[in-house]
Design a binder for this molecule. Structure first.
Ligand code: NDP
Ligand code: GDR
Length: 336
């Protein structure tokens, strides 16, 4: 039985990836941080535990027990997903963000190097890089050779993590690769990200539970894909003979306005009646447009996204409409 370790398993990607690996017969271990940033309990945590995922408390701002953990479980593959992943929040907590991403990734790389040296075993590493490393790109769409221009403490930290992964591959021969993933969403997306914030609000407005939705810069454009499609790439990247850094994207870009049109439109609502711009959500430096060219991933991995933009939005709205309807029912008859 192959053994996989997922750092940050309680996040959106960790939940889809654990299901994907369990379905392929892996024994799946996951790390959870000592304190959860998310105020809301994540519904899939419970099902992951029930499905046989083995959880280990490891906070990457400390990371002390990582080496012992690797010796204990002997993973064939490590998916390093743990991060303070909220770009706007990273302007407010830059040191914590850097500690989790910069030092966290270094701790993972060092733990693997030391584990391989001491045991003679090998393990493969997937490092969760991000389209945010391009920030203010000179070209659209971006590829693996587009220069980086990070525009937030989060993105700067991800640039460090990217190059340190390349460095450990070149210096110590680690099987380690970066997936430069563009925004990917799902009904399990954290509620502070713009897509889920919109679909959650659309459902609640339709159900009469909310009157307004406050947003920041709605002219920005993103290359949005479905998280379930993207975790397959993470796995495929670790099945190759040689590790390679790859851009994973749909190649399609939509604005936040487009997302609003589609999400509210699905519930037969006009978002202009409900959305207000709150400059408090503007970022000190914004990333206005991102669009990726995943041609190399198509060639190397044989991968292409299955879920398109409209289907993704529909999937999210349907789930959040269902949640809002249940919430409204509970409010009407609190004892049921
Ligand atoms: P989430 O924010 O949903 O999950 C992040 C996970 O990291 C959570 O399980 C969180 O646990 C954990 N974590 C945060 N801080 C620490 C810490 N100090 N020590 C240990 N664990 C920690 O992110 P996603 O699942 O969406 O993304 C996965 C990875 O991919 C992240 O690295 C993200 O930056 C990157 N990425 C994501 C993209 C996307 O569109 N989703 C696109 C490109 C890259 P807890 O909540 O308990 O703190
Ligand atoms: P992003 O995602 O910053 O691209 O990072 P997010 O959904 O937070 O923002 C996308 C765009 O929408 C604009 N926006 C708002 N964003 C939020 N969160 N809330 C608002 O109210 C709002 N109004 C407008 C933003 O300014 C931005 O332009 C995500 C994360 O998952 C990262 O971890 C990951 O690396 C990148 O995607 C790729």
């Amino acid at each position: 039985m192959r053994v996989a370790l997922i750092t940050g398993i309680s996040g959106q990607d960790g939940s889809y990836l654990s299901e994907f690996l369990l379905a392929r017969g892996y024994q799946v271990h996951g790390t959870i941080s000592s304190t959860s940033r998310s105020a809301e309990p994540r519904p899939h945590d419970q099902s992951a535990a029930q499905a046989g995922v083995i959880l280990h408390p490891v906070d990457l701002t400390d990371g002390g027990n990582l080496c012992a953990l690797l010796e204990q479980i002997a993973p064939d593959e490590i998916y390093h997903l743990a991060a303070q992943s909220d770009v706007r929040l990273s302007f407010q907590i830059p040191v914590l963000t850097a500690n989790a991403i910069v030092m966290g990734t270094l701790r993972v790389l060092e733990a693997i190097r030391s584990y391989q040296r001491r045991t003679g075993r090998t393990t493969r590493l997937y490092q969760a890089s991000s389209s945010e490393v391009f920030g203010l790109p000179p070209v659209t769409p971006q590829t693996e050779t587009t220069p980086f221009h990070p525009r937030s403490p989060y993105a700067c930290a991800k640039v460090f993590a990217y190059w340190q992964t390349v460095n450990y591959r070149e210096a110590y021969g680690l099987y380690a690769c970066n997936g430069i993933l563009y925004n990917h969403e799902s009904p399990r997306r954290g509620e502070l990200y713009v897509t889920r914030k919109i679909t959650r609000a659309a459902g609640r407005i339709k159900a009469g539970l909310q009157k307004k939705l406050f947003l920041g810069y709605i002219d920005s454009r993103r290359d949005w894909g479905f998280a379930g499609d993207y975790v397959e790439c993470m796995w495929l990247m670790l099945q190759q003979e040689t590790p390679q850094d790859l851009v994973i994207a749909t190649g399609q870009t939509h604005s936040v306005r487009d997302f609003l049109d589609t999400a509210f439109g699905y519930l037969e609502l006009d978002w202009r009646e409900f959305v207000e711009i709150d400059p408090g959500y503007f970022r000190p430096a914004e990333v206005g447009l991102l669009c990726g060219n995943a041609e190399k991933a198509r060639r190397v991995l044989g991968w292409s996204p299955k879920v398109d933009f409209r289907t993704l939005v529909q999937m999210m709205v349907e789930r959040d409409w269902q949640l809002a309807s249940e919430e409204a029912r509970c409010l009407q008859s609190p004892t049921s």
